[in-house]
Every structure is written in structure tokens, then in C-alpha cells.
Design a protein around this ligand. Structure first.
Ligand code: ATP
Length: 288
């Protein structure tokens, strides 16, 4: 038996950091939504008790450092499963980009193994397991549009944005999330207004959504990598309505509802920037 499952990327419409907690994690408030750019996982049973992972990208580890491997190991250990599995990851999401590619692969592995091994675990249980692997994994189990609080693992579903195009542009640099958090000075940031964004989403107020977008990590990454700011300026000049860096970067996304403008922004960024994608917001919950 073989299970094929998609692992979509996310963008942050809002990313706020409230304070650093005594346990070392940051208390966050994030509004995340899934986009139609996805890795694909194929999971199949193999003889023995091993986890074998194969990835189409040379940029991701194929051993226990891979988050999908960690997901399989966690399920095997927690539920005493003595079976082998082959995990094949077809990578499409850029790596270390602020799009939660690794977390989404882990979430897809949890969901896929739940099916492959007939475990009957609920999505809430899978999300709880996911939080042991990484803070963004819980959101990726549910997908859709959600408010994530705590260290990112407390998920509340909220209204999704109206349909629109998302142009993603990633310069050829990787950004370490840990590094960005280390350099963040919370006395010097302008905090986005999460409640205003939740209301704009509820009202399907596209202009309001673009206006309320904000990410406190943006200033840190921009100060280290000025090319990220150049991409933001270019997106604005090409006519994107809302432009923001996702996660800790370096990917910048821009929104538009017009297909012709999407084409113009996409074409204008090709050649200017390493990787460019034009995709749809998935928005609605994507439970499989
Ligand atoms: P986030 O938005 O959650 O901060 P990200 O998009 O910035 O994540 P990832 O693409 O998840 O970053 O990769 C971060 C690091 O995780 C990479 O350096 C990579 O070596 C490691 N990694 C482990 N497993 C995977 C995976 N399945 N796919 C991609 N990267 C992985």
C-alpha cells in the first residue's frame, strides 16, 4: 500500500512576538494561511523496522535531521509500531525560506502514517504530536487559515481571506530562524494589530487585509539582507496590493486579485530574483 499526500506551504499574514518566555521560546501571535505550493510525500510500507527517507532536493537532509523522519520516528516510538516505512519527498517548497516547508512535510508524514498504519488518530492528536517536532507543525496538520498562539502550537481556526493570487519571491539566501529571533529587539518594533486582521478576514475586506499585514521579524532580516527590501520595493512598484516577508524570511509575498497584474508582477520579478512563484491562496481548511 502506498499513501500520497500533499504538504502545502504557509505564509504569515501577521507575525507578532509578545515576549521571551522563561523556557526560552517566544510567545507569538501569528495568522497563517496555506498557499497552493506544495511538496508531495509518498509513504509505503517496507520490510523490517527502518525509516528510509529520500528527498528530491540536495538541500534537505535525508536522515534523522529531516522533520518528516522525526515525525515517523515519533509515531513509531509513541505507538510501539514495529514496521518499516519508505518516505519519498518531492520538494517544491523552497528550503529555509519562511514558508514552513519542513514543518509541512512533518505534518504530512504524521497524517500519511496515520492512514498507512490505520492508527485512527484525530487531527487534534496529530497536531499535539506535531508540536513536539516543531512549533509550526501543528498549524500544518490543519492547514487553512488560523491564529497560532503560545509558541505557535495553539491553533484557532479563523476566517480565510477572499480568493486572490500570491506571488512569492525568494532571493538566493537562506535565513536561520534562530538567528533572527536572537537579534530581535522587542523595544524597537511596531507590533501589528492581530484583532484588526481577524476582523478584516471576517469581513472579507481585501484592502483591510493588505493594510493590516505585519511581521515584527521583517526589520531584523531586512537589516541583515538588504536584497529582501529591494524585492519588497519591486513588488510594490509592480502593483502588488499587500507586500510582506513571510516568517523569518527571506521569502517576500505580494497579493493581487487581478490575473493580469499577477502576470506583470511575476514577469517583473523573474530574473530579478532567484525563485518566483505565482500561486493561489488555499485559505479554506485542507484536512485530508
Ligand atoms: P519556518 O517557516 O517554519 O521557519 P522555513 O521555511 O524557514 O521554516 P524549512 O524549509 O522548514 O525552513 O527548513 C529549515 C531547515 O530545516 C533547513 O535548513 C533544513 O535543513 C531542515 N529540514 C529538515 N527537514 C526538512 C524538510 N523536510 N524540508 C526542508 N527542510 C528541512
Amino acid at each position: 500500500m502506498k499513501i500520497c499526500i500533499k504538504a502545502p506551504a504557509k505564509i504569515n499574514l501577521v507575525l507578532d512576538v509578545l515576549h521571551k518566555r522563561p523556557d526560552g521560546y517566544h510567545e507569538v501571535e501569528m495568522i497563517m494561511t496555506t498557499v497552493d505550493l506544495a511538496d508531495r510525500l509518498e509513504l509505503s510500507n517496507i520490510k523490517g523496522n527502518k525509516i528510509i527517507l529520500e528527498s528530491s532536493s540536495g538541500f534537505v537532509p535525508d536522515d534523522s535531521r529531516n522533520l518528516a523522519y522525526q515525525a515517523a520516528l515519533l509515531i513509531k516510538e509513541r505507538y510501539g509500531i514495529e514496521k518499516g516505512v519508505h518516505i519519498k519527498i518531492d520538494k517544491h517548497i523552497p528550503v529555509a525560506a519562511g514558508l514552513a516547508g519542513g514543518s509541512s512535510d512533518a505534518a504530512a508524514a504524521l497524517k500519511g502514517l496515520n492512514q498507512l498504519w490505520n492508527l485512527g488518530l484525530s487531527h487534534d492528536k496529530l497536531a499535539q504530536l506535531g508540536s513536539e517536532i516543531g512549533s509550526d507543525v501543528s498549524f500544518c496538520v490543519y492547514g487553512g487559515t488560523a491564529l497560532a498562539t503560545g509558541r505557535g502550537e495553539v491553533i484557532k481556526r479563523i476566517d480565510s481571506p477572499p480568493p486572490c493570487w500570491v506571488i512569492l519571491a525568494k532571493p538566493s539566501i537562506g535565513v536561520s530562524t534562530a538567528d533572527v529571533y536572537r537579534k530581535l529587539n522587542l523595544d524597537k518594533v511596531e507590533h501589528p494589530n492581530v484583532n484588526n486582521m481577524i476582523k478584516a478576514l471576517k469581513d472579507k475586506d481585501y484592502q483591510g487585509i493588505c493594510r493590516e499585514m505585519g511581521n515584527v521579524l521583517e526589520g531584523v532580516t531586512l537589516s541583515m539582507h538588504p536584497e529582501v527590501n529591494r524585492i519588497k520595493e519591486k513588488m510594490h512598484s509592480l502593483g502588488a496590493d499587500g507586500v510582506l516577508m513571510s516568517g523569518s524570511g527571506p521569502t517576500v509575498f505580494g497579493l493581487t486579485v487581478h490575473e493580469s497584474r499577477m502576470q506583470r508582477i511575476y514577469n517583473g520579478l523573474r530574473g530579478f530574483c532567484d525563485q518566483v512563484y505565482a500561486v493561489r491562496l488555499i485559505g479554506e481548511r485542507t484536512l485530508e
